[in-house]
Design a protein around this ligand. Structure first.
Ligand code: NDP
Length: 248
């Protein structure tokens, strides 16, 4: 088995389910030591046990990305516990779909705090060390929603637009110093993401959207992340848009 990431250390946020969990597994299979962060400790402990049984070095992090100090602490604990930080996957996210008219702004705060501020805090905490070592990957999980806005997804669209703008701006700032900033933009993936939607009609519509469609599995997105971070140092895959074949 090829182990292209052996000797590298990765940190995945939102690793307790869905895309983050599958990405942690895929990075470990590729040979990386993996720090896994999220709020649901029981889910992380289960994943850590599975990764450990498969022979990976793994560190479990209690992490709420909306807490700047917790983000700093997660990066520090990864560096001290696993000996470095080469790959940061900013995956933690919420998709609280719904109309703007009549929305509960609390949904907006939670989405912006997690999808935007959380990703920025984590990146800010990790980037100095990567610049000092002259290498590293920051992979930001955006979405098709970061490229196409539609009614009923306004603030989720806005949050992923922010992710894309932040990523491209940072890419220009640091790329010549050896640190690669990449976007992975999935279409519909079967995960728990839709189950958190609070507007009942939006929730029903989101669940109906993927009916009869061969959706992506989290592992399909994880392969895209592994592809991005296993390129030779002079190759930067800036953006990967990966949709189900059936998604129009
Ligand atoms: P899941 O709901 O399965 O996973 C979301 C993860 O984010 C969970 O592990 C959750 O862990 C974590 N998370 C949420 N809030 C926080 C927080 N404050 N601090 C730390 N972790 C947090 O959904 P997906 O796997 O689908 O979503 C992952 C990413 O993929 C998101 O950014 C999403 O926008 C993006 N995406 C998903 C698509 C899809 O169709 N599923 C399509 C395009 C993009 P916990 O609750 O334990 O903290």
């Amino acid at each position: 088995v090829a182990r292209p990431l052996s000797g590298r250390v990765a940190l995945v946020t939102g690793a307790s389910s869905g895309i983050g969990e599958a990405t942690a597994v895929a990075l470990a299979e590729a040979g990386a030591a993996v720090a896994i962060g999220a709020r649901r400790r029981d889910r992380l402990d289960d994943l850590a046990a599975r990764l450990g049984e498969a022979g990976a070095r793994v560190l479990t992090l209690d992490l709420d990305v909306t807490d700047e100090a917790a983000c700093r602490d997660a990066v520090e604990r990864t560096r001290s516990g696993l000996g470095g930080l080469d790959v940061l996957v900013n995956n933690a996210g919420l998709m609280l779909l719904g109309t703007i008219v009549g929305a509960d702004p609390e949904d907006w705060r939670r989405m912006v705090d997690t999808n935007v501020m959380g990703l920025m805090y984590m990146t800010h905490a990790a980037i100095d060390g990567m610049l000092e070592q002259g290498s590293g990957d920051v992979v930001n999980i955006s979405s098709t929603a970061g490229r196409t806005a539609r009614a009923g997804a306004g603030v989720y669209n806005a949050s992923k637009w922010a992710v894309n703008a932040f990523s491209e701006s940072l890419r220009q700032e640091v790329t010549a110093r050896g640190v690669r900033i990449s976007l992975v933009e999935p279409g519909a993936v079967v995960t728990e993401l839709r189950s958190h939607i609070t507007q009942p009609e939006a929730r029903a519509a989101a669940l109906a959207h993927t009916e009869g469609m061969r959706s992506l599995q989290p592992e399909d997105v994880a392969r895209a992340v592994v592809y991005v971070v296993t390129q030779p140092p002079h190759v930067a895959v800036n953006e990967v848009l990966v949709r189900p074949t059936d998604q129009e």
